[in-house]
Design a protein around this ligand. Structure first.
Ligand code: PMV
Length: 323
């Protein structure tokens, strides 16, 4: 029996990933750039145990289906040359599956815990390639601060990895998450983005413009230009949701409070607060705030009708082994 426990933090994309390249191994059609969040994380323990006949998994003390987890653990087993089944015990400190990037922190924590428990010591890049095969956004949660995920060109996925751009302390932006619905989202990201080339007329434009957006974001981050980072972030979010809405069947992740929170962010900005919004495959609004402005933004968003709760967080660290 061998075991390890790891913690990985969730992340929020500033330039969004949506859509896959053809072929196996969960290859992204576009690159992405994200920030890792201190306040939202997953702790995962993996125990490889010869006494187990099958893999088992629980999340937040409830059993979960291993259909997506066993093929992932098989990647680790193949690499380590073992055949032992595993017990996975995982806990999120935030609501699961509601557009708060639980698959990102979840698969990053699982990648690190499972490889360590199997006796492997992967480099962060190798770990991100593994995590990507569980969930595209998970590759970025291997790193703290600002991270970029590369689309890659190769069919084997060896160049589709994430890497660090800035450590959290190098530009301590703040994030306020406005939770507008605690229920699990109805269309998860893998289903939402499958066969997009046939389902949205806007998809080719999304892919064609992605490199321009990534390059502008890299420059703006390097220059610590908050207004440009924020403007690119809002634009990537709105483009993503335009693409989602144009998909057959149309995906609408927003509720009235989502829209009210977006408008509140813009009103704050017009009144002089440096803040921009972004939204993933769910109804929560994430406000990107210049250093020192998180508290005022959290107070304002808490007053928006339909906002159930706000969480304020700094940028977080890389995934790490706890035990
Ligand atoms: O990798 P997934 O399946 O968690 O999809 C991530 C999709 C978005 O959160 C909407 C965008 C992103 O880049 O994180």
């Amino acid at each position: 029996m061998s075991q390890a426990t790891a913690r990985a933090h969730s992340n929020i994309a500033l330039i969004k990933y949506w859509g896959k390249r053809a072929g196996p191994r969960n290859l992204p059609a576009v690159g992405s750039i994200s920030v890792t969040l201190d306040g939202l994380y997953t702790d995962t323990t993996v125990v490889f145990d010869e006494a187990l006949a099958a893999d088992t998994a629980e999340l937040d003390k409830k059993p979960v289906d291993t259909a997506r987890l066993t093929p992932f653990l098989d990647l680790v087993r193949a690499r380590a040359g073992i055949d032992t089944r595993a017990a996975i015990v995982s806990a999120n400190n935030f609501p699961t599956g509601a557009g708060l990037a639980s698959s990102a922190s979840g698969f990053a924590a699982l990648s690190l815990a499972a490889t360590r428990a199997a006796g492997l010591a992967l480099s962060p890049r190798e770990l991100s390639i593994l995590a990507r095969q569980g969930s595209g956004s998970a590759a970025r949660s291997v790193f703290g601060g600002f991270a970029e995920m590369h689309r890659g060109e190769l069919d084997d996925g060896s160049d589709a990895f994430a890497e660090s751009m800035l450590d959290p302390g190098e530009w301590p932006l703040e994030i306020v998450v406005a939770i507008t619905d605690r229920a699990t989202k109805s269309v998860n990201s893998s289903i939402g983005m499958s066969h997009l080339d046939q389902r949205s007329d806007y998809y080719s434009a999304w892919v064609a413009h992605s490199e321009t957006d990534l390059s502008a974001m890299r420059d703006a981050i390097a220059a610590r230009d908050f207004e440009t980072v924020g403007a690119l972030t809002e634009m990537s979010c709105l483009k993503l949701h335009g693409l989602m809405m144009s998909t057959r069947p149309g995906l609408i992740y927003w509720n009235p409070a989502t829209v009210a929170a977006m408008q509140a962010v813009r009103a704050l900005r017009e009144a002089g607060t440096p803040v921009y919004f972004t939204i993933d495959a769910g109804p929560q609004v994430k406000a990107l705030c210049a250093p020192g402005h998180g508290e005022a933004v959290a107070r304002a968003l808490a007053r928006v009708p339909g906002v159930l709760e706000t969480r304020r967080t700094a940028l977080g660290p890389a995934a790490s082994v706890l035990a």
